[in-house]
Unconditional design. Structure first.
Length: 257
């Protein structure tokens, strides 16, 4: 479980996160939602220990993040940021191999466990036809699936994803969210930033709504996905309809103009 207590983050003189108190329950799919500039990526980065906090603390399980070694933390969580540098001259297969770093000794060779982890990730992400292609030859959507596969190769109990549906068409967005649900059902803890509110409502067990660097609402999706919260967080006028097939609430939003 992640626990954040009175976390504050500054970027220069800008106060980006304000006194964040938050618990992320294990074995759940949690979606972070909010308008642009609300602090979602900063919050996720502080959970991944890639963003320094100026006060408060972040704990994973019984230990604060700062007490983990790099390898220990990489065995506990995989993090895919929004913007990643694509290595020049590297194939998809070579990229996936990087995900096994936490589990390999300095002198150990490539093991059957490593190969199995790669094979599982390739199958789950449907990139069998891409495995030997150079990264530079892939489309944006194909490249995104390769990076997601690398996070799965890492084989961690926690997966953090910053806007993972970026560059994916609708079919592949839904395929990815289905995959994250399968991982959640298998006991993984998934935390993802999502921009599509209805996808968040459909797939996430828990929502965290941010505005101006503050957590405005958080809890079970069916409890916090409502008109007052959405109107407040996104500065829109919204109404709710129930999906006739699933019964899940859907949001239809319009501007105040």
């Amino acid at each position: 479980m992640f626990e954040m207590k009175r976390v504050n983050v500054y970027r220069g003189t800008q106060h980006v996160l304000h006194d964040i108190d938050l618990k992320i329950l294990p074995g759940r799919f949690t979606a972070l939602i909010g308008p642009n500039g609300s602090g979602k990526s900063t919050l996720l980065g502080s959970m991944a220990n890639t963003v320094a906090i100026q006060s408060g603390h972040v704990a994973l399980g019984s230990k604060q993040l700062v007490s983990y070694s790099r390898r220990e933390l990489a065995r506990q969580m995989a993090f895919l940021p929004q913007h990643v540098h694509t290595p020049v001259g590297m194939s998809v297969r070579e990229l996936l191999a990087q995900g096994r770093f936490p589990w390999r000794s300095w002198l150990g060779g490539w093991s059957s466990e490593d190969e199995d982890a790669v094979s599982r990730a390739v199958a789950l992400c449907g990139i069998e036809q891409l495995i030997d292609r150079p990264l530079q030859s892939l489309s944006g959507g194909q490249l995104q699936r390769a990076w997601i596969a690398m996070t799965l190769v890492q084989d961690t109990p926690v997966i953090l994803l910053d806007e993972p549906t970026t560059f994916l068409d609708v079919a592949n967005q839904l395929s990815l969210l289905d995959l994250l649900s399968v991982l959640r059902d298998a006991g993984r803890t998934v935390v993802a930033i999502l921009h599509d509110l209805n996808q968040a409502a459909r797939y996430a067990d828990q929502l965290v709504m941010l505005k101006d660097g503050r957590v405005v609402a958080e809890g079970a999706t069916q409890q916090v996905f409502n008109v007052p919260n959405i109107d407040n967080v996104f500065s829109v006028r919204s109404r709710m309809l129930d999906d006739p097939e699933t019964g899940i609430a859907m949001c239809i939003a319009s501007s105040w103009a």
